[in-house]
Design a protein around this ligand. Sequence first.
Ligand code: UD1
Ligand code: CA
Length: 495
Amino acid sequence: MIALVMAAGKGTRMLSERPKVLHGIAGEPMLGFVMNELEELRQEGLIRRVVVIVGHAADQVQAYLRKAWPASEDAIQAPQLGTGHAVMQAAPALVGHAGAVLIVNGDLPLLSATTLRQMAERHRSERAALTLLTVDLPDPGHYGRILRGPDGSVSGIVEYRDATPGQRAISEINVGVYLAEWPPLLEALSHLTPENDQGEFYLTDAVAAIVARRLKVVAVKTDDIEATYGINNRAELAAAGARWRRRTCDRWLERGVTIEDPATTWIGPRTVIGADTVIEPGVQLYGATRIGARCTIGSHSRLVDAVVGDRATIRSSDITDSSVGEDSTVGPFARLRDHVVVGRGARIGNFVEMKKVRFGDGAKAAHLTYLGDAEVGERANIGCGTVTCNYDGERKHRTTIGKGAFVGTNNTLVAPLSVGEDAYTAAGSTLTEDVPAGALALGRARQVIKEGWAYRRTDERARRRAEAGSDAGGAAGPALPAVVETAQDGPRELV
Ligand code: UD1
Ligand code: CA
């Protein structure tokens, strides 16, 4: 079996510049939900290939597919002349294919692999040429209606716009999922005509054509009503999103994950969470995020394509395209982005931002720090307020901090720079030259003491007030010695 996903339409009713299938739920384009279910079937060996029909804003859709679903293929439909025309565009990719095709509308985010498996089962056991997915809806709206003959067998599909009032009263609708033997379907498609209200080539017209050839058409009526939500506008997208949130939280609750508030927790279709992990309210776990067992994901954390090891704690933090090792703690209010790799047992505290950093096992950056394009060795300590100056206005440069190094508070590390293993740097240093292993680096101005300076200033003010003739002036202070300036001969405290 080969799967075809129809994703070439514009989605006029979304009133959007973005193609419909890239509008998302829980951080994932709706196309991704369909792809995720098909990927499950592909891994089971039920389907061999997934071909996505792209057309409107094809470059955007292709870019998403390359990133998220690299194993998929695509076929271009230009111009977009309807769903039947869309399937025809896959014909070159299916030359010689004698088996079945599973065709899925790309705008069905709640469709499940379970439903697709049931269809495949029926298709096989009934030896059907075409199997359709249908559902009875109390309010069938503008979906295509399933037509049945006197004996109850499917005779065709009529689109709402082309339906008579009597046909519009039918409650059984076409979901937009089809399983067909490819040779007879291709034959039927090649005879389609655009004689309908929209002037399009309708895939749904192939049904009557296959029935006319006396081939078997089977309808699988599902009771999973949510699976059949075809998204055509933003209200439907929001409603499907709410269903998805509830459904996916239930799924993780069943697998031993604590979700304190399912009403505010959003988990994407590709996200995986280990048992005994606790998810606090307001968390978003998106993309290919993988969370280990016994973790805590604190409230309002947002993780996108993040990997978190077992027993790690993430508090109110934002992590994108990055990983955090086992037993590490991050946050509150930390931001890790663009390939940060945090080792095991590391500690990243409040108001720390990292970009493209390898942060070693047991290393610490507990407060108020920016590290960019840096390598931090095991057990190194990054003092509060440390900043790597990685950008010179034209290019990015790297900072390397060795194992066990101790970077003092409020350091400015001007890259390219390396601080050797076990080295110390003094608090408040601006470092522009490499620090050898085991050394101490001081990069700050010496302190100057002006004895009595503050008292003299107060005296001067009192004298001026007296001169100005104000009787409200305060008493003069004690007489003070002449100015003595003392430059200390060394810093008292290094760090
Ligand atoms: C379609 C069905 C309708 C069914 C409904 C279920 C047809 C003619 N009608 O209607 O019976 O009840 O889905 O949701 O198929 N697409 C292309 N190329 C095109 C046109 C559409 O790839 O030229 C894609 C769209 O991107 C979308 C899918 O096909 O993913 C369905 O298209 P849409 O326009 O939403 O069809 P409906 O009018 O909803
Ligand atoms: Ca639709």
